[in-house]
Design a protein. Structure first.
Length: 129
């Protein structure tokens, strides 16, 4: 699958993989929508962190630190034919322009760029549930 076509739960899954997070998966959550989930973890001798949602392509508290750490530059650009007329388009680049991506939101463009910098233009179609 083309990284440029990733969005939603699939994009979040590949961001988790690119960031080295342990065993992300895609599943239908309690709201009936597909989400990327991270497994629960033991965080102390008697404490356990439950399974949690992971959505860096929509949550600044998760995507923002990745953008800063990876030094991804994002800017708005003129609309492209692939987006609906009047819809804003964003362009992200990483490593001095070596990896370029676009998206309909700032975070979507940046997270596509991050995934592309780790895996290239394509990722496997099959994602474990």
């Amino acid at each position: 699958m083309k990284v440029s076509e990733l969005s939603g739960a699939l994009l979040n899954y590949w961001v988790a993989k690119a960031d080295g997070l342990h065993e992300p998966r895609i599943a239908e959550y309690t709201d009936g929508c597909l989400h990327c989930l991270l497994p629960g973890q033991q965080v102390g001798e008697n404490h356990w962190r439950p399974e949690r949602l992971y959505f860096p392509s929509a949550d600044w508290s998760v995507g923002g630190p990745i953008i800063e750490r990876e030094e991804i530059c994002v800017r708005t650009m003129a609309q492209l034919r692939t987006f609906r007329p009047g819809e804003r388009c964003w362009r992200a680049n990483h490593y001095h322009g070596e990896y370029l991506s676009t998206g309909s939101t700032f975070l979507e463009a940046a997270m596509r760029c991050f995934v592309k910098s780790k895996f290239g233009d394509d990722v496997p179609d099959e994602v474990p549930a």
